[in-house]
Ligand binder design. Structure first.
Ligand SMILES: NC(=O)c1ccc[n+]([C@@H]2O[C@H](COP(=O)([O-])OP(=O)(O)OC[C@H]3O[C@@H](n4cnc5c(N)ncnc54)[C@H](OP(=O)(O)O)[C@@H]3O)[C@@H](O)[C@H]2O)c1
Length: 346
């Protein structure tokens, strides 16, 4: 058997960390390998235990010095500042560890890969000790674009998102649940995290507004999509990111302007054959969070030509198409994607 690999997960008690553990437990590649895992947290889920490859792994308290174990790989399910602190420490101690980072800290650094294994696995060949997993809404959009690009170049995308509370981590999720209880008990809603009601409300994404009037979530969609697809500003992207009172799974309404005219049959064939995409496009059976949460695939439906923009084309082939996508942003949007990157590396 090959010599033992050592892999650590930091942030194991958080929402993404917990999904990573689940994906590691279910990974066929990991089942057949000789790996020693260690899981770390700050507080949440400290001392919880999990079985992986018939071995018991207990979540330990994280301290920077544990990195001196020189792990082969570290999966980071932490916020930007924590990921940076950990990687800075590793660099200062000349450690040879490779990091797979869920945060956005290094995603746009051109010397480091930003990878969706179904789309740009070749970028893993970049010589870098940090590999980033993309923003969740970006991943869903890019998978759709990558599936359809063999049919035609894409010139413009208009995307509106419907993003769930758990996209903001455990605190955002818990506060939506608490607001639901507060409302049922006729109590004032707790608003420490969201600052306002998310229950029975819809609002612009809670990330920082930039000088150009787009928020940082919207800018992530633009910049990360172009980086993963190796495109510049010739790929026009117009995003609007919205938070909705859903527990888990993000939806996206996507309008694509292609260069060529396409038929629905061609589109369906490409989507059906693309790994990680399921088509859900029957009458009144379309993607929605209650059907997609906990699933590995992203779901695509409501596949319709844009009638006004296509007025002068023939009746089967159109240049403008609409899609509605839904996926579990904790699974393919983050934890599963990180584990798939790890599977490609080991
Ligand atoms: N949520 C999503 O849908 C999603 C999607 C894509 C990417 N991401 C990214 O994935 C990362 C994790 O997100 P999340 O949603 O899982 O957040 P989360 O639920 O808030 O979990 C973050 C975890 O990190 C732990 N942590 C913080 N500082 C730590 C430290 N110094 N040492 C060890 N553990 C530490 C926290 O532990 P304590 O609870 O004990 O403080 C917490 O459990 C973030 O960068 C996020 O932007 C999230």
């Amino acid at each position: 058997m090959a010599s033992e690999l050592t892999i650590a997960l930091i942030g194991a008690g958080g929402l993404v960390g917990q999904v990573i553990i689940d994906c590691l437990q279910n990974s066929v590649k990991i089942k057949n390998s000789n790996i020693m895992f260690r899981f770390f947290t700050r507080e949440t889920k400290l001392n919880s235990s999990y079985i992986i490859n018939d071995k018991n792994v207990i979540i330990e308290r994280f301290e920077l010095s544990v990195l001196l174990n020189n792990f082969n790989y570290v999966l980071l399910a932490t916020e930007n500042d924590t990921s940076k602190e950990i990687i800075d420490y590793s660099n200062q101690h000349n450690l040879k560890t490779r990091f797979i980072d869920s945060s956005s800290q290094y995603r746009l650094d051109n010397s480091m890969p930003l990878v969706i294994p179904e789309v740009n696995p070749y970028d893993l060949q970049l010589n870098s000790n940090i590999i980033s997993s993309p923003n969740c809404t970006t991943t869903f959009l890019v998978m759709l674009l990558a599936a359809l690009t063999p049919l035609s170049s894409i010139s413009r995308v208009i995307v509106s998102t419907y993003q769930s509370a758990s996209g903001a981590g455990i605190k955002g999720l818990e506060e939506l649940k608490q607001q639901t209880k507060d409302w049922s008990n006729d109590q004032p809603l707790k608003k420490d995290f969201w600052g306002k009601p998310l229950l029975f409300n819809v609002f612009s994404h809670n990330s920082t507004l930039q000088q150009n009037l787009y928020n940082s979530e919207e800018m992530k969609i633009i910049n990360e999509t172009r980086k993963i697809l190796h495109k510049g500003n010739e790929l026009k992207i117009v995003p609007t990111c919205i938070r909705v009172p859903v527990l888990t799974s993000h939806c996206e309404s996507i309008n694509i302007e292609f260069v060529n005219n396409l038929s629905k049959d061609e589109i369906l064939k490409k989507l059906t054959n693309f790994p990680g995409i399921s088509v859900m496009d029957k009458e009144n059976d379309f993607p929605e969070p209650s059907k997609c949460s906990g699933k590995s695939d992203i779901y695509v439906g409501r596949i319709r030509p844009d009638l006004d923009m296509n007025a002068n084309t023939d009746v089967t082939h159109f240049r403008y198409w609409n899609f509605f996508v839904c996926g579990d942003q904790l699974v393919k949007g983050s934890g599963l994607n990180s584990v798939q990157i790890l599977e490609k590396l080991i």
